[in-house]
Design a protein around this ligand. Structure first.
Ligand code: FAD
Length: 142
């Protein structure tokens, strides 16, 4: 594995500033990226750990569901609003990966990983619609 720098972002503004430096890559749950580093698929100069940022909220409103960048698969699946109003999302998440991975894996990390969750259509992952609406479905890769 190629060596790389590591820094933990103290706040969102610092994170955005750090990401302007070429060769910097975000790490969240690390479930995908650590494998990519080991296999040489990703070779960043430095990792920016964003796990300390306040981006872990699940917010439900009449407009839909907003998932913070650091919300974990398991947190979404266990959320009472998801269980009540978005049951397909919860079921799909529980069908993905393993319990250990779901505890670490973030929703946002799934999008750059290029295999969106079965119920998250590409390009609309930030605006999951209430139960009863249908999407084009995608299968999980694994
Ligand atoms: C054994 C195994 C089984 C799996 N099974 C499934 C499955 O069944 N279904 C499925 O959908 N996925 C599966 N995955 C994939 C993986 O768990 C998900 O893609 C996960 O959601 C990635 O999130 P993470 O937080 O771990 O991302 P990381 O590994 O930390 O990052 C992945 C990528 O996303 C980028 N990234 C992370 N967060 C952000 C952010 N906030 N902003 C911008 N870029 C960001 C990183 O820079 C990196 O390029 C599996 C993985 C493994 C290893």
């Amino acid at each position: 594995m190629r060596s790389f720098g590591y820094a933990k972002a103290p706040d969102v503004a610092s994170a955005l500033a750090a990401l302007a430096t070429p060769g910097t890559e975000v790490i969240a749950g690390g479930t995908e990226l650590v494998n990519w580093l080991k296999e040489g698929i990703a070779a960043p100069d430095r990792l920016l750990d964003i796990t300390g940022l306040p981006l872990g909220a699940v917010e439900a409103s009449a407009d839909g569901l907003r998932l913070g960048a650091l919300v974990r698969m398991s947190e979404v699946a266990a959320h009472p609003v998801v269980a009540r109003e978005y049951p397909v999302l919860g079921e799909a998440l529980l069908a993905a990966a393993s319990a250990q991975l779901r505890t670490m894996a973030t929703i946002d990390g799934n999008i750059p990983a290029a295999h969106p969750l079965p119920v998250l259509p590409r390009g609309d992952a930030a605006a999951v619609q209430p139960a009863g609406r249908r999407f084009g479905m995608r299968r999980a890769r694994r």
